[in-house]
Design a protein around this ligand. Sequence first.
Ligand code: AMP
Length: 113
Amino acid sequence: MTKETIFSRIIKGELPCDEVFSDDKCIAFRDVQPQAPIHILVIPKKPIISLIEAGEEDKELLGHLLLVSKKIAKKEGLGNWRTVINTGSEAGQTVFHLHIHVIGGREMKWPPG
Ligand code: AMP
């Protein structure tokens, strides 16, 4: 059983979000604490805790999320952007429902902190 998270509550419609896209498999909305002019989260409606918990059966879903994140980036007018999946608390994951960050609209540094 996966625990309820802020994102599972957004999926259920219990919490508001600034939605930019949704379909039967995922929802995308603007991050409340944007790290760049464009900062959008793409999340599966399926409650996968993190990439560690994703399995072979999620192959198509994971591909879908990446393609959706690309479509959103292009729709937002981005030609360059960063796609991030933080996996585990030491990597910076704070919400334990898989999500892809789409970050752009400013120059990025590498390596990230
Ligand atoms: P991570 O640190 O990779 O787990 O990313 C979680 C992200 O969710 C952070 O960038 C937060 O700013 C963002 N966040 C937390 N709560 C909300 C919310 N209610 N709506 C939109 N973004 C949120």
